[in-house]
Design a protein around this ligand. Structure first.
Ligand code: PMV
Length: 320
């Protein structure tokens, strides 16, 4: 029996991932670029070797769905594995629009592989985490992470890799929570719906790689205005593909629109800030750390709560 505990942080895509070219292996139709966050984290302990499988989320027994997803993933990592005890907890509110599956699968793969005494090569771990949830492959590293879609059918070239940003970029990422109600349509189902029915699908895919390259170049040049514009454009193209799916996927609520206008008003008044959204109603805002308090103030009247976060560290693990 070996025990290992891993910590991983959620990430938010600046250039978005939406759509799969392989459902089984979670291979993406497009490349993406993300920022791993501080403040919020998932901590997961795995005991490899037990009488029966036990899965606990936040100190309580996991739901059937959570348990099935966790154990199926471990069966994939090690067919014929011994029984395990998995204890996982998020320090952030669920439903905050921060994909807990990203930090969740990154922490799970890291803890399981350490408990198993496997080799902890990050690229390999990233590929494995991707099979649990696509965006999880970006949470192995802190800071900015690039996930190239790759071409190989087995997914060997589809994993995260850390990207160095220009040292002048000192950024904050704010999360404005509109509602914590669960989302109606999960990302896997939503992506397939968009791929199969949105008339904008081909355009979305065709523009994604140049958006990633423009985002990367802006990061390396320290050009926040270009990075912000690329991020908003990628977000709105993704949501346009969602909205034009059949049946339509409108993740926005009235509060989402109010927040977008608040950010655009603020920017028109000279404060540098740009929005992104995921498969939910929350609005995330990227800005220099120096104006984060002012941006938070402008968002608060339209949000339940505003979290002010920044770039976070690599995922980490300890054995024993
Ligand atoms: O990894 P998933 O299946 O939770 O998909 C994440 C998709 C978005 O959050 C909408 C975009 C992204 O790149 O994280």
């Amino acid at each position: 029996m070996t025990v290992a505990t891993a910590v991983a942080h959620p990430n938010i895509a600046l250039v978005k991932y939406w759509g799969k070219r392989d459902l089984e292996r979670n291979l993406p139709a497009v490349s993406s670029l993300s920022l791993t966050l501080d403040g919020f984290r998932t901590e997961t302990t795995v005991q490899r070797g037990a009488e029966v499988d036990v899965v606990r989320f936040g100190g309580r027994d996991a739901s059937d769905k959570e348990r099935r997803r966790t154990l199926a993933f471990l069966d994939r990592l090690e067919p014929g594995r011994p029984a395990v005890v998995v204890d996982t907890a998020n320090t952030f509110p669920t439903g905050a629009g921060l994909a807990s599956s990203a930090s969740g699968f990154a922490a799970l793969v890291l803890a399981y592989e350490a408990a198993r005494g496997g080799d902890l090569d990050r690229v390999r771990l990233s590929r494995l985490a991707r099979e649990g949830s696509g965006s999880a492959c970006r949470s192995l590293w802190g800071g900015f992470v690039l996930w190239r879609r790759g071409e190989a059918a087995d997914g060997s070239d589809s994993h995260g890799q850390p990207v160095a940003a220009h040292p002048s970029l000192d950024l904050a990422l704010l999360v404005a929570v509109v509602t914590t109600e669960g989302k109606a349509v999960g990302s896997t189902e939503g992506m397939e719906r968009s791929r199969l029915s949105s008339p904008l699908w081909e355009t979305w895919v065709a523009q994604a790689e140049s958006d990633v390259d423009a985002g990367l170049a802006a990061l390396q040049a320290g050009d926040l205005a270009v990075l912000g514009r690329v991020m908003e454009s990628s977000t709105l193209k993704m949501h346009a593909a969602m909205m034009t799916s059949d049946p339509p996927l409108l993740y926005w609520q009235p509060g989402t629109v109010a927040l977008l206008h608040a950010v655009w008003r603020l920017r028109a008044s000279g404060v540098p800030c740009w929005c992104t959204m995921d498969a939910g109603p929350q609005v995330k805002v990227l800005c220099p750390r120096g104006v984060a308090a002012e941006v938070a103030e402008a968002l608060r009247p339209h949000a339940q709560v505003v979290h002010v976060l920044g770039p976070g560290p690599d995922a980490s693990v300890r054995v024993g």
